[in-house]
Design a binder for this molecule. Structure first.
Ligand code: HEM
Length: 215
């Protein structure tokens, strides 16, 4: 493995920095971070994220033997559907009954398409969601005040899934990704998938920001 092959995480961070700024500046994300997002939109967002994470888990499970990287990087604790189910239930929503909005439907199809084309892209998609836990932990503190919930407990577990393990698990993810030694072409596929995931979440955020339809 050359030095070039060992720094996919540094490349991912640099290549997606602008998209991170764009995503975190979407009105809905800003309101979320400030703790001013109405609770019903917070719950709607959790529902859409549930569908996205469930799709990612499905393609990940189907791809585990396709590349040695999956054994190195993927861990059971990276699954977010358990927290999302519990949070939704706490807010009176059955996760299984949630239906995708158009941006989520498009994102689910995009995840399946990329995974089918090249399973290694799944790790770029995972990077964005796993990395987002870094900022979410801070967001959870504001949500806690607004919604009177406890980070890590049902209702607000998705935004702080790891508690004190956040930093060790993020460092482990980074070390494991770098240890795989992805070649140039694989790195490009992973970075391209990560960029797509940032855009998908930004689009999902915009849609959740729309006024809630009334019957
Ligand atoms: C208002 C919303 C957000 C805030 C305040 C925020 C804040 C942060 C912070 C403070 C970090 C840690 C930076 C560091 O230690 O270098 C971080 C990392 C990260 N965030 Fe966000 N974030 C937000 C939204 C998002 C969204 C919506 C996504 C995904 C679409 C996301 C994905 C990531 C990723 C992938 C990383 C890891 C970057 C790396 O080190 O490679 N963030 N964020």
């Amino acid at each position: 493995m050359t030095d070039q092959n060992a720094n996919v995480m540094a490349k991912l961070k640099t290549a997606t920095a602008d998209l991170h700024t764009e995503a975190e500046n979407r009105p809905m994300q800003r309101a979320l971070a400030k703790g001013t997002l109405p609770r019903e939109q917070y719950v709607a967002y959790l529902g859409q994220l549930f569908l996205l994470h469930r799709t990612l888990e499905e393609v990940t499970d189907a791809a585990t033997s396709s590349h040695r990287a999956f054994a190195t990087v993927v861990r059971d604790y990276q699954r977010r559907t358990p927290e999302l189910r519990a949070d939704l239930a706490e807010h009176g929503v059955d996760a299984e009954a949630v239906t995708p909005q158009p941006a989520t439907e498009a994102a689910m199809n995009e995840v399946r398409r990329r995974a089918g084309e090249d399973p290694v892209s799944i790790l770029g998609l995972t990077y964005v969601l796993e990395g987002s836990n870094n900022g979410s932990k801070y967001i959870a503190r504001n949500l806690m005040k607004s919604y009177q919930l406890t980070p890590g407990k049902p209702g607000l577990s998705y935004f702080d899934p790891y508690g004190d393990e956040q930093m060790p698990r993020w460092l482990a993810f980074k070390a494991d990704m770098d240890a795989v030694g992805f070649d140039e072409a694989e790195q490009e596929t992973i970075i391209d998938a990560a960029k797509a995931m940032f855009r998908m979440i930004a689009d999902i955020s915009d849609e959740v920001d729309q006024p809630v339809a009334t019957a």
